[in-house]
Design a protein around this ligand. Structure first.
Ligand code: UDP
Length: 235
């Protein structure tokens, strides 16, 4: 295996499965099974989970809500998703810890970097909830930040599409997929991988990103086995 410690970013929307809102237990169990396989290979796995299946601060603000208030709701949504994933992983027999960027001590540990790293060394999956703990950020930024802090080797961004394309493959059938691409090319071609804050943080810290389709069974392990799945963004 190429990587020792990985950070997996899952969007909140991915947890909806076929539903329009909330959490699909079947999808959650599938993700837990995929993660379990990776842990059993001896890799250390941290997860950052989004909250878009429940609430997004920006959506609240567009309906007249105070943006910061909405972002607080979004951060809480990520904690809800983190709890759901934690439960699914533990049912699958994987030891986990949930760490939150906002203090919610009865429910999750606070984020403590050294403790998170110790959990990972012991083979526990560490789920980071609460995003960065600050409004106006996204969970993609949280994913990059945590990955750098815990010295992960790579970020795996599980999405609905199987990589980065020349243009949106859902809109343009002639779009072709990149196997690898540089950070600079993503920026100069105006391609969308993560929001700019998250993306440049990753670039500045030389943290590679792999975008892949998390909904295809076995894909997570395939990516980590070095198979040509998804797109890798490198320096
Ligand atoms: N959020 C935030 N600060 C963060 C991370 C998230 O305020 O550091 C809020 C923000 O309102 C965001 C919501 O939480 O819309 C859910 O996160 P995100 O949209 O990144 O989730 P995803 O798109 O991955 O499901």
């Amino acid at each position: 295996m190429q990587y020792k410690r990985i950070l997996l970013k899952l969007s909140g929307e991915a947890l909806m499965g076929e539903k329009q809102y909330g959490i699909d237990p079947k999808r959650l169990a599938e993700y837990a099974a995929e993660i379990k396989e990776v842990v059993e290979k001896g890799m250390q796995v941290a997860v950052v989970i989004g909250g878009g299946n429940i609430f997004r601060g920006l959506a609240g603000a567009s309906n007249g809500m105070d943006r910061v208030q909405g972002d607080h709701m979004g951060m809480l949504a990520t904690v809800i998703n983190g709890l759901a994933l934690q439960s699914a992983l533990e049912i699958a027999g994987v030891e986990t810890r949930l760490q939150s960027a906002i203090k919610i001590n009865e429910v999750a540990e606070p984020f403590i970097r050294r403790r998170a790293m110790r959990h990972l060394e012991k083979g526990r999956v560490v789920i980071f909830g609460g995003g960065t703990g600050n409004p106006y950020f996204t969970t993609d930024s949280a994913a990059v930040l945590r990955a750098i802090e815990i010295e992960a080797d790579v970020i795996l961004k599980g999405t609905r599409v199987d990589g980065i394309y020349t243009s949106d493959p859902e809109k343009n059938k002639d779009a072709t997929k990149f196997d690898t691409i540089s950070f600079n090319d993503v920026l100069s071609k105006g391609l969308k991988v993560m929001d700019t804050t998250a993306f440049t943080l990753s670039q500045e810290n030389e943290l590679p990103i792999i975008v892949f389709d998390m909904n295809k069974k076995g894909n997570l392990l395939r990516v980590l086995d070095g198979e040509n799945v998804g797109t890798k963004v490198n320096l």
